[in-house]
Each structure stands twice: as C-alpha cells, then as structure tokens.
Write a protein that binds this ligand. Sequence first.
Ligand SMILES: Cc1cc2nc3c(=O)[nH]c(=O)nc-3n(C[C@H](O)[C@H](O)[C@H](O)COP(=O)(O)OP(=O)(O)OC[C@H]3O[C@@H](n4cnc5c(N)ncnc54)[C@H](O)[C@@H]3O)c2cc1C
Length: 354
Amino acid sequence: MMLGYLLARAGIEVLILEKHADFLRDFRGDTIHPSTLQVMHELGVLEEFLKRPQWEFLDFLALQGRRYPTFHLRMQAEVTGLIEEQGRIAGLNANTPDGALEVRTDLVVGADGRNSRVRDCSGMEVKDVGAPMDVLWMRLSKRAGDPELLFRADRGKVLAMFDRGDYWQCAFPIPKGRAEEMRRGSIENFRASIVELASFLGDRVTELRDWNDVKLLTVRVNRMRQWYRSGLLCIGDAAHAMSPVGGVGINLAIQDAVATANVLAGPLRNGVISIDDLARIQRRREFPTRLTQRVQALMQKQQARGLGRAGPTRLPWPLRLLERMGLPRRIRTRLVGVGMRPEHVKTPDVYLGD
Ligand SMILES: Cc1cc2nc3c(=O)[nH]c(=O)nc-3n(C[C@H](O)[C@H](O)[C@H](O)COP(=O)(O)OP(=O)(O)OC[C@H]3O[C@@H](n4cnc5c(N)ncnc54)[C@H](O)[C@@H]3O)c2cc1C
C-alpha cells in the first residue's frame, strides 16, 4: 500500500490488489515505529495520521493514495497466478467477486506477506531461517481504568497486548508445535495463565469461552535468495518473513517500499525497468533485513527456551548485552525504533510540483 501511494503520488499508474474485504489486522501486529513516523512526516501527513489509531494504518494509506488519480485499489481481488512470457513476468491473474481478472503490467510487486502467492508462483528460492515459536492470538475487551500495558513476562510465560480501541488484541507466544497439545488441555488452565500475567483481566478472561476463541498464528522467518526476476520484485514479508519479536516487521516492509519507490519511480515513468534497477533494491535492503532477522532469531531462541519454564523470565541475551555495554538508552531505543539504514522519501508529489 505504501509503495502504491508513493508511486501514484509520483504520477505513476498503480493497481493494488488486496484479497480481503478490509484491512483488519487479525494476522499481524500493529506497532508503528519512529522510522515509519518519519516517512509519514516526510510525506506531510504525520499530524493527520497521529489523530487515528495505529491499527488503521493501511486504511489511512489507502485514503492518502486515493487523492491521486493514478492510484487504484481493488479489494477482494486475490492473486492466483503470474503470467510469464518469454522468461519475463508480464502480469498476473486474480479472482474477484465479479469473476476472473487478468492484469498486464511493466512490473508486478509481490507485497502479499509471509504466505506470498506471488513468491510461490515465481519459482524463486526461499531460505528458511527458522522460528521456534508460534503465537496464540485472542481478543479480550478493554475497560475504563485498564493499565496501559503492552508486555508482561513471568515464569516462562509472555503476554503482549495491543490496544485496539474497545478491545485488547492479546498475543501469547508458545514453543512451536505445542498448540495441539495445549488445545487438548482445558481452556481454564490457559485462562489462569493469562490472569497470572495480567490480574486485571480476571474479570473478563471467560470471554475466551473455548479454544475456538483462541487463534494460532504460525510464525515464519525466511528470506528469498533473490528478490526479483525480470518483470517481478518481492518486498516486505513476501521477500523476507519477519518474526513478531521486536515488532519491527511492518516498519521494515515500509522501508522496503520507500527504497523501491526511490529506485523505480524514474524507470517506471520511462517504462523501462532493468534487472539492475531491481537488483539495486535488494542490495540496499538486504543488509538491514538480514541483520534484523539475525537478532530476531537469537531473541526467539532465547525466548522459546524460556517459554514454559518455571523461574523468573530473563531478558534475552542480546538485550542483556546491550544493557551491559552501557549504551545510552537513547541509542538502544534508536536501534529498535529507527533500525539500520533508514530510508527517506525522495520521490516527488507531481501534483504539487515538488
Ligand atoms: C503473530 C505476529 C505478530 C506480529 N506483530 C508485529 C508487530 O506488532 N509489529 C510489527 O511491526 N510487525 C509484527 N509482525 C510482523 C509483521 O506482521 C510483518 O512483518 C508485516 O505485516 C509485513 O508487512 P507486509 O506488507 O509485507 O505483509 P502483510 O502485512 O502480511 O500484508 C500482505 C497483504 O497482502 C494481502 N494478500 C495476501 N495474499 C494475497 C493474494 N494472493 N492476493 C491479494 N492480496 C493478498 C494480505 O491480505 C495482506 O493485506 C508480526 C508477525 C506475526 C506473525
């Protein structure tokens, strides 16, 4: 969505296909970090964005995009395959409520997340980095007087909570493969684990009536060896699925989008996109991606080892190391919030004559 917005703003025809009917974020978190806020600032929409809840982020981007005549968004349009002609990706096929859709284009960008259909259809290789945990994902109502709680960890259990206005979106990480075993046990034990971590939820934990109210989100961490081929580029989780650890995945996907627009706006306007252009994007974004995945993998390993173990929960070692190094809090916060190699908007708003 961010790439579509940036390119439409630069005067390029864009069609975004989204398989769902809305952008409800049931399958991902919604932490927006300073790197993304900086991008919004550079686009001149930060103040407006800050008036809205973070979980409306994609709706907000769509609203901004629609201000430009070259921005087109089709909801309930699910990409099913790629069109290949003489070794080049020349378009795609999708299913919509009105029937089959065929799109021909200079470039297909796969930004369809960690289960990317575009990537699967491309035949390109994916390297699994490994994820030792999954996440149980559920809603509990939010009430007046609730603390501003985001994260609780104690005796091998972790609970993260996202404020979604009138409810809490709760995440409870578990070791990979344990979900079935847990589901065979009683929901009462699970409810008790939640209350142990956040006692104020005791008055509403019965909203989890049975295991049907608790979803399993499968965590994947992987990356494509090559993010592109002629006529096709993958970015965000499609190119490199991120773990929820650190809540950085959305922000990395936004950085990919900004870098892609910066490199491709010119070539797209001229209608000639070379393999070198696409390679430049991977070269630019691969280093921050690999480094972030490496740190996430270390933290995941540590967290997964601690999950289900009695005794106080220790900070993952990379964080303890940072603590011991005595780096000022400002620098540590910057590493998570801004990340490595932050991207800046270099594409114009052609309608303003930037
Ligand atoms: C449990 C969990 C919690 C997380 N929490 C956080 C967090 O708090 N903060 C954070 O920054 N990151 C978090 N992450 C990581 C984050 O969700 C991803 O890194 C981020 O969403 C990637 O953005 P994306 O745009 O590449 O893909 P996505 O956000 O997955 O978006 C892909 C879009 O493509 C659509 N789509 C998929 N297939 C098709 C198709 N065939 N045709 C058309 N449309 C399609 C989807 O509906 C979706 O809207 C979490 C991940 C997990 C697993």
